[in-house]
Design a protein around this ligand. Structure first.
Ligand SMILES: [Zn+2]
Length: 488
């Protein structure tokens, strides 16, 4: 009996927590079985518990000597330390009060800066290969490939907004039952589009998307996503600068009402102030892009606050991606960029043909204006007290997972936010929107999702580029020394 218990406990530990240490544990396990036979089952069970405690102790890691920026907005704290136990933060405080647990692995981070893992509230997974949209290849493998890329850039949680196949659900569910070694995924499953509109499978052929013609289409589609336990519902309302039709308002309202009846929150792709106002009035939970046609006004700010509508993502870096490739972008030679992309991508971005094609877009000037309007609007919403996160729209060609989250932070600061506001948006605020109580700050009890930086991001937000290491649930998922990033 007791051995049966032990079997289960050992197996759980080995599988979940110590994938690289099977041999050692197997030996311990065999030794225990022998002792169990000789000394009786009760003693064997006690031994088993003792081994379990030993295993956990071996998993204790102490980071010390760094400046802590904990994600809450509290002032940076020099000479800080964190004790990580089985993937969670057990203790955090000044080095002077640190008691190093016996047997703990100690990592000296003198001169470094530690921030919580970055949370992107608008990304996409598994759809892009290099500079090419490749929806046919979408699979668990392509999803996990992208989650690893995000992780290597310190983006430890992302919300995938509406272009997923069902493969994402298995990845997500497995992550939530364990300690992930790649970026945590939240998903909107399959987002909704209007038959004459844009988004989903209309904009990205090959993606399976519920397409709505009338209000009657709404309820069954929402019910199906709710059955899949999506984290949010997503829909698109936009006309692609007049070339398509926006989702009619009665359908917008029906989606929001239906999702709320199912207990699921709703976010939308928007462009126009008029749509943002209607959606906020209908009680939508989040806007997945910033308003870009007009300055936001007090009426929108008041409505968003009244309905707890978040500006979950401003996707300023998305606007940058629409015009920047008409020339060779500066970041093509940045080692922090090149470490995450293939040689083909760099070749394409440098190629005169690609640049000529990008430059031929008749709306190039409009995109620049939209970016300027978007920045102005983000600042106005933030000053007005609307809640906001950080989101990029990465994962489609030209919007590079990982690098663009850092570009987004930079754009947010250029929009007038302080580096601290940008960091809070990308950490604790992101977690708050996701209702992820264990994420977003570096406080005791939270998962140890964190990023070690060489330079202070509060001095210059571009210092988030100086990543030395990334941890997810205490697992070190990126280390500078073993990467091909030469930007030391
Ligand atoms: Zn998107």
């Amino acid at each position: 009996m007791a051995e049966g218990w032990c079997d289960s406990i050992r197996l759980v530990y080995i599988t979940l927590f110590f994938p690289g240490r099977n041999k050692l544990h197997l030996l311990e396990f065999l030794e225990m079985r022998i002792k169990g036979q000789r000394l009786g089952y009760r003693f064997a069970f006690l031994l088993c518990l003792a081994f379990a405690v030993t295993s956990l102790r071996a998993e204790v890691r102490v980071l010390r000597g760094f400046t802590l920026i904990d994600g809450t907005g509290a002032a940076a704290a020099a000479d800080s330390a964190i004790i990580i136990d089985a993937g969670r933060i057990k203790w955090v405080g000044p080095v002077s009060a640190l008691k190093v647990p016996s047997g703990a692995q100690v990592v000296d981070l003198k001169g470094r800066f530690v921030i919580p893992g970055i949370i992107d509230l608008h990304g996409h997974l598994g759809l892009t290969s290099g500079m090419t949209l490749d929806t046919k290849s979408y699979s668990r493998q392509t999803v996990e490939h992208d989650l690893k890329t995000y992780a290597e850039y310190g983006v430890t949680t992302m919300l995938s907004l509406g272009l997923d196949g069902d493969a994402v659900f298995a990845v997500r569910d497995q992550q939530r039952a364990s300690r992930p070694t790649m970026t945590r995924v939240y998903t909107a499953g399959q987002g909704f589009v209007y038959k004459d509109g844009i988004g989903g499978g209309i904009s990205f052929p090959g993606i399976s998307t519920p397409v709505f013609s009338t209000v009657a289409d709404v309820e069954p589609a929402v019910a199906e996503q709710a059955r899949k336990h999506v984290d949010v519902i997503k829909f698109w309302t936009d006309d692609n600068l007049g070339k398509a039709k926006r989702m009619p308002f009665d359908i917008d309202k029906a989606i929001i009402d239906s999702a709320h009846r199912h207990g699921v929150r709703v976010v939308a792709h928007v462009y126009y102030l008029e749509d943002a106002k209607k959606l906020a009035d209908y009680g939508i939970d989040g806007l997945a892009h910033i308003v870009r046609d007009k300055p936001v006004d007090q009426e929108l700010i008041d409505s968003m606050k009244r309905h707890n509508t978040w500006q979950i993502a401003s996707t300023l870096s998305r606007e940058v991606s629409l015009f920047i490739y008409a020339k060779t972008p500066d970041f093509v030679t940045d080692p922090f960029f090149t470490r995450g992309v293939s040689a083909d991508v760099i070749k394409t971005l440098n190629s005169p043909e690609y640049q000529k094609k990008s430059a031929s877009d008749p709306n190039l000037e409009k995109y620049r204006e939209a970016l300027a309007m978007g920045k102005r609007n983000l600042k106005a919403l933030a000053d007005g007290g609307v809640k906001y996160g950080m989101g990029t729209d990465t994962g489609v060609p030209g919007r590079f997972q990982g690098y663009f989250e850092h570009l987004e932070l930079q754009e947010m600061v250029e929009a007038g936010l302080t580096p601290m506001q940008a960091i809070v948006a990308a950490t604790s605020s992101g977690a708050e929107f996701l209702k992820a109580k264990d994420l977003g700050t570096l406080r005791a009890g939270k998962w140890a999702d964190l990023v070690v930086l060489a330079k202070n991001p509060l001095d210059d937000i571009r210092n988030t580029h100086t990543i030395q290491a990334v941890y997810i649930a205490g697992n070190q998922v990126y280390t500078k020394e073993t990467s091909n990033d030469t930007n030391k």
